[in-house]
Design a protein. Structure first.
Ligand code: GTP
Ligand code: MG
Length: 205
């Protein structure tokens, strides 16, 4: 699937004001600065559709983008950013939590992980929380351009080991991307296409 049109729809912290209707949607979540907004831009072939910054904490709202007039991509604020005040962090967390718990249109969350780092407790905990809440998710490793293929493989293997050793019997789909080199996006879009088709089949009477 290619993205032919991508439009910003609305930003807010209020689930009630997110787009109504039954279009399937896919949310990008992960630590601040991991590259969520950059990946959305890379997938959509647009430089500034989602706002990016080298400083963590750029995205602060739930942002809906309409793709090909048929589904939504959602850019969310990151977690784990130490310089946001504690009270602000709580507000972030509560509306993000509500989004995941209540948003019926959400088909799959893409949990982004910086490929350079060792498995981090905050990400593993978030995965567990998604699992407990029965929210389907996939893992997307970002910034692959920063590591040589061997180091990428080593870090991914380490992540898989860690997940299997802790909570998971089965691993979720895993994607490896670089927004800088624009790699890995096609596989994500193919997967979304598959999930969209399944969703449409299931909603047909
Ligand atoms: P918040 O909105 O703050 O949570 O961050 P985010 O996850 O949306 O990250 P964002 O897309 O704003 O990118 C953060 C920084 O990482 C920016 O400086 C990007 O240019 C850089 N970046 C993102 N993706 C890549 C990538 O694939 N490769 C490289 N080298 N840098 C990247
Ligand atoms: Mg962002």
């Amino acid at each position: 699937m290619d993205i032919k049109s991508a439009q910003f729809v609305i930003s807010n912290t209020d689930l009630e004001k997110c787009p109504k209707g039954s279009l399937p949607e896919y949310a990008f979540i992960g630590r601040s600065n991991v590259g969520k907004s950059s990946l959305i831009n890379s997938l959509c072939h647009k430089k500034n559709l989602a706002k990016t910054s080298s400083r963590p904490g750029k995205t602060q709202l739930i942002n809906h983008f309409l793709i090909n007039g048929k589904w939504h991509l959602v850019d969310l604020p990151g977690y784990g950013y130490a310089r946001v005040s504690k009270s602000q962090k709580k507000v972030f967390q509560s509306f993000i939590t509500t989004y995941f718990e209540k948003r019926k249109q959400l088909i799959n969350a893409f949990l982004l992980i910086d490929i350079r780092h060792e498995p981090q407790p905050i990400d593993l905990k978030f995965m567990e929380w998604l699992g407990e809440n029965q929210i389907p998710f996939s893992i997307v490793f970002t910034k692959a351009d920063k590591l040589k293929p061997k180091a990428q493989d080593r870090n991914i293997a380490h992540y898989k080991q860690e997940m299997l050793a802790s909570t998971w019997e089965e691993l979720p789909p895993i994607f490896v991307t670089s927004s800088l080199h624009r790699t890995g996006g096609e596989e994500i879009l193919k997967y979304i296409d598959l999930l969209n088709t399944e969703y449409l089949q299931n909603t047909k009477v």
